[in-house]
Design a binder for this molecule. Structure first.
Ligand code: NAD
Length: 305
């Protein structure tokens, strides 16, 4: 008996990279999987069913059940068809892994309107649209008196959580996904749905352009293999993560970091409106001994050398 026996899962962007490994891991745990992938290039241009078909073949070769879905998850229509396909094909839906993504890096002053819209659309809308239709299904099931034990796993990024120069649209979308995760966790808990997010780190075509390319030779642990991310998603999808809701984890190699969000770092308070001069005079008190300049980009504990 595996942890996801009898469950039905959707993984978006599962034709390659992290999503493919997630689909394989969910199938290995017993889930029947809808392998969604539009199949465009890394900038999100074009479409091709081959990568999703290959993932389905790998799952079937390992004795699992999977089908291809080639819809664009960043459209209401595509997302609705995707959720409907899971219900029509496998009789329900239990797990939604929102993973599909693209990259169009540029400094803010060089960002085109098309690049901004494409990145925000695929990541932010591409997370929300499948969630909207999946959550409507789970709410309907719950209201009909059927027991729901479902999970959504979203994909943020350390770039979105800690920021990275040259990725303004991507960072905004990925920070939005972390925030969306918390909102959905509050909204859907009452219907039996847990919602968490990961910020993965792995060698894929998206990170190839920033120098993450080398596969280690010999019998050494491949810390940047996308396969390392997948067990965390399979854990979050199943009963082993009962009670884990609204949390964000940085994941890569053999490291899992539990991240906490915005918190109060300093405060100025008085029973009257502040003046500009008083604020300037009190600045040191607000920040204390902390640095008030640009925050460092880092995830404590995530060190791949
Ligand atoms: P990848 O390019 O290998 O895989 C992404 C997949 O998403 C592609 O197969 C692509 O065809 C698919 N896709 C894109 N737009 C789609 C759409 N509209 N509908 C359906 N499918 C679509 O990249 P990856 O590195 O595996 O990235 C997976 C996720 O992880 C992304 O959300 C990415 O932002 C995130 N991420 C990756 C890293 C990393 O280190 N690789 C770091 C942080 C976050």
């Amino acid at each position: 008996m595996t942890t996801l026996d009898g469950k039905v899962a959707i993984v978006t962007g599962a034709g390659r990279g992290i999503g493919r490994e997630e689909a394989l891991a969910l199938a290995a745990e017993g889930a029947r999987v809808i392998v969604n992938d539009l199949g465009g290039d890394r900038r999100g241009v074009g479409n091709d069913a081959t990568p999703a078909q290959e993932t389905v073949q790998l799952i079937q070769d390992a004795g699992g059940e999977a089908v291809v879905n080639g819809d664009d998850v960043a459209t209401w229509d595509g997302a609705q068809k995707l959720v409907k396909q899971a219900i029509d094909t496998f009789g329900g839906l239990d797990v939604l892994v929102n993973n599909a993504g693209i990259l169009r890096d540029a400094m803010s002053f060089n960002t085109t309107e098309d690049d901004w819209d494409a990145v925000i659309r695929v990541h932010l809308k591409g997370h929300f649209a499948p969630t909207k239709f999946a959550s409507a299904y789970w709410r309907e099931q719950s209201k009909a008196g059927n027991s729901v034990s479902a999970a959504i796993i979203n994909t943020s990024s350390d770039s979105g959580l800690f920021s990275n120069a040259g990725q303004s649209a991507y960072d905004a979308a990925k920070a939005g996904i972390a925030s969306l995760t918390l909102c959905l966790a509050r909204e859907l808990e009452r219907y039996g749905v847990r919602v968490n997010a990961i910020a993965p780190r792995a060698r894929t075509r998206l990170t190839a352009t920033v120098g993450v390319t080398d596969t280690p030779e010999g019998d050494v642990f491949d810390a940047l293999s996308p396969a390392n991310v997948a067990p965390v998603v399979a854990w979050l999808a199943g009963p082993g993560a009962a009670g884990v809701n609204g949390q964000v984890f940085a994941v890569g190699g053999g490291t899992v970091v539990w991240l906490s969000g915005w918190h109060q770092s300093g405060i100025l308070q008085q029973e009257k409106q502040w003046t500009v001069d008083d604020l300037a005079a009190q600045q040191k008190q607000l920040f204390g001994s902390s640095n008030s300049g640009t925050p460092a980009m880092m995830i404590p504990g995530m060190n791949f050398g």
